[in-house]
Design a binder for this molecule. Structure first.
Ligand SMILES: [Zn+2]
Length: 316
């Protein structure tokens, strides 16, 4: 089965009049129930991320800053990011969810997992919040996988319309974690050019695919597929993690890009293809952006449907 983390606790990160608000994910449960998808998934219980896992990616002083601002009533932290009194606890649950899913998948409990969490993570830098992101959920899970669970090679694939600068920064010089990002260019946050390819021991383990805002859907999908296949053959991942943003949808109010809902089925299939080819199918997907509640629910349903069907097709 597929593991599904989709709990009301993630609504409690209350950001007020802000694009990254609880309403983004409010329509998802009903949409998944309508499609009969939730009944085909297993819903594990999990805990907040342990501080040692959090501080393996983030500076302890930054973690304390988030705690202190949230507990004193919330407010703005860094660029465009807002905390409510519950946000520290919810952010710990989001990062804990990523770790729990990765751990279960690595141990072989299930092959795939989808974590529908808020706040998102891929812009969060080791030392500061950025772009609606507090803690870098996917980076924390990837770091746990290589440091604690002793994987040699993890691949992070980021198809959010924005460059995953926080994830890139975390693993810039780490050869154990490959990072591929396809994103609109030029666009927020301004990083992610083709010549950013990693440094030191991690030289060549970052791959950026900046694409223009008027690219055709076909060309986008072809470029993604070709680059992903080649990069996966180079990284040879034992686990594939996906930063699944849905703000590259044509109707997204922030991304304003070109993809249609069904294109996320293709992206899902291509990522699962490389997970099947290299990682025994092991794939964990994390929700990142996506700012139209109805489109997010539709895209999540398409994404999860492909994951559930793949599991059904596979010889267990
Ligand atoms: Zn985004």
């Amino acid at each position: 089965m597929t593991l599904l983390y989709n709990e009301p606790c993630f609504l409690q990160h209350e950001t007020g009049f802000h694009p990254e608000r609880a309403d983004r994910i409010r329509l998802i449960p009903e949409r998944l129930a309508q499609a009969g998808l939730d009944a085909r998934c297993r819903r594990p219980e999990w805990e907040r991320v342990a501080r040692r896992r959090l501080t393996a990616v983030h500076a302890p002083s930054y973690v304390d800053e988030v705690w202190s601002l949230a507990k004193s009533g919330g407010g703005e932290i860094g660029s465009e990011t807002v905390l409510s009194p519950c946000s520290y606890d919810v952010a710990l649950l989001a990062a804990g969810c990523a770790c729990d899913a990765a751990e279960r998948v690595i141990r072989g409990e299930d092959r795939r997992a989808l974590c529908l969490v808020r706040p998102p993570g891929h812009h969060a830098m080791p030392g500061y919040a950025m772009g609606f992101c507090v803690f870098n959920n996917i980076a924390i899970a990837a770091k746990m996988a290589v440091d604690e669970l002793r994987l040699d090679r993890v691949l992070v694939v980021d198809w959010d319309v924005h460059h995953g600068n926080g994830t890139q920064a975390t693993f810039w010089d780490d050869p154990r974690v490959g990072f591929l990002s396809i994103h609109r260019w030029p666009f927020y946050p301004g990083t992610g050019s083709e010549d950013e390819t990693g440094g030191g021991a991690g030289a060549g383990t970052t791959l950026n695919l900046p694409v223009p805002g008027n690219i055709s859907r076909r060309e986008y999908l072809d470029r993604f597929t070709d680059a992903l296949d080649g990069f996966a053959a180079k990284i040879k991942p034992q686990l594939v993690l996906t930063s699944a943003g849905f703000d590259a949808h044509r109707g997204d109010p922030i991304g304003q890009f070109v993809l249609e809902t069904e294109d996320f089925a293709v992206l899902t299939d291509r990522v699962m293809d490389v997970a099947d080819a290299w990682a025994g199918g092991k794939m964990v997907s994390m929700l990142e952006g996506g700012y139209d509640p109805r489109l997010v629910a539709d895209c999540v349903a398409v994404h999860l449907e492909r994951m559930v069907q793949r599991n059904g097709d596979a010889v267990e």
